[in-house]
Design a protein around this ligand. Structure first.
Ligand SMILES: Nc1nc2c(ncn2[C@@H]2O[C@H](COP(=O)(O)OP(=O)(O)O)[C@@H](O)[C@H]2O)c(=O)[nH]1
Ligand SMILES: [Mg+2]
Length: 383
């Protein structure tokens, strides 16, 4: 979605209480405030709410310097907004040409307890629907599988996995009527559900393929049932990936006396995933005409902007998204989606040399995702 000169991407993170959501967010944000990150990237990550940013940064410093984990937060749904602001100076030419100046990422934290406990009354039920509705603008949702729980259930992992997925599915189904509210199936809905192994550092032998295989072998049916439940809420059920993308996440290495925040897995993929995965997937769905026109139109509005930046064929100053889309040829989107390997690296080098910071950043995001697949931290759907 585009608002003004900002491309808005939202992500939703679902995980049971204690599965590592607050630590994940603190590790993500804290790392972006380190000088090493600032040297290595062409953008700054800025919390929209200064107070929230300070709290997350303090959580991070507590882990880094004092081996303190953030205080548990129960039953509090929160949204955190971050702006990914490109560093200046941009060339005047680029500034005029680029369709957006900043990427805004909103991170929705859905209280895991709500999947484990039934509602206490109508007020609570209403609050859950409202909270869920606030994250419907997300393109990508992460569903956390807790490595600690897998260890606690060693030999009978399916007991944990089945209950996790069943709670989650039941939670969604219980919200169904409130969400649809007589208005029929939703268009705005997270359509990419990534299964993520949180605290992956506890299972160093498990790469993302082993994680995927375990899920498919032990709870393949439950994943299908979850997909059906999510599909029952939306228009264009074909444009939905559930349990097709997998990743490893570790916010730090937790030793008995130390939390090593520099040893992280997958955290640096969160921005690339938020920015690029919807683009890649939506283009593919559109090309295969996997959804009704209304849904596709909605999906490709952001994709067009990303595509024009990737290949560096600008469409001039921003106008209404619909207009931009008309200006963008199908070829352009196609070229952008195919950008890979050496061509992608070349595009990235070129953009850096010309100080086209937005294009350099997006091509780098794409390279990061490719690299993560090679290092077996990420599997993207092939569909
Ligand atoms: N080994 C390991 N432990 C973690 C990691 N993330 C969180 N933890 C542990 O899990 C506990 C709960 O994490 P928290 O983020 O508060 O869970 P939340 O309830 O989902 O917000 C933390 O206090 C840590 O002890 C991780 O990446 N690796
Ligand atoms: Mg928490």
């Amino acid at each position: 979605m585009q608002r003004g000169r900002t491309l808005d991407q939202q992500i939703a993170v679902f995980g049971e209480a204690g599965s590592g959501k607050t630590v994940l967010l603190s590790s993500f944000y804290g790392a972006t405030q380190e000088p090493a990150f600032q040297q290595d990237h062409l953008f700054d990550v800025i919390a929209d709410d200064i107070g929230q940013g300070t709290r997350l940064h303090r959580n991070y410093l507590g882990m880094r310097d004092q081996a303190l984990t953030p205080a548990p937060t129960h039953f509090s749904a929160s949204s955190y907004g971050f702006s990914v602001k490109l560093k200046e100076p941009a060339t005047r030419k680029e500034q005029k040409a680029r369709p957006f100046d900043a990427l805004r990422v909103t991170w929705h934290d859905y209280p895991g307890e709500w999947f484990e406990q039934s509602v206490s009354g109508p007020e609570e039920a209403r609050r859950r629907v409202e909270t869920f509705r606030s994250l419907l603008g997300s393109d990508v949702a992460f569903l956390l599988v807790d490595a600690q729980k897998l260890i606690d259930h060693a030999g009978e992992e399916e007991r944990y996995l089945k209950s996790l997925l069943a709670n989650f599915r039941n939670g969604i189904l219980s919200l169904r009527d409130g969400l649809l509210n007589g208005r029929g199936p939703l268009i705005d809905f997270p359509r990419i559900w990534v299964m993520a192994l949180s605290k992956a550092d506890l299972l160093p032998e498990t790469d993302v393929y082993a994680f995927r295989d375990m899920l498919i072998a032990k709870v393949g049916d439950e994943i299908s049932a979850l997909r059906d439940a999510l599909g029952s809420l939306i228009q264009g059920e074909q444009a939905l990936s559930v349990g097709e993308d997998f990743m490893l996440l570790s916010s730090a290495r937790f030793d008995p006396n130390e939390i090593v925040v520099t040893e992280r897995v997958g955290i640096d993929l969160i921005l690339p995933i938020a920015a690029m995965l919807p683009f890649e997937r939506h283009v593919r769905w559109a090309q295969k005409k996997e959804a009704p026109g209304k849904v596709l139109e909605h999906l490709t509005s952001g994709a067009g902007l990303v595509a024009s930046m990737l290949v560096g064929r600008f469409v001039g100053k921003t106008g209404p998204v619909g207009l931009i889309l008309k200006l963008l040829s199908a070829d352009l989107i196609d070229d952008a989606a195919k950008l890979a390997g050496d061509t992608l690296r070349k595009a990235n080098r070129e953009a850096q040399a010309k100080h086209e910071n937005l294009r350099a950043t997006l091509t780098r995001f794409k390279l990061d995702l490719d690299q993560a697949e090679k290092s077996r931290v990420l599997i993207r759907s092939r569909r």
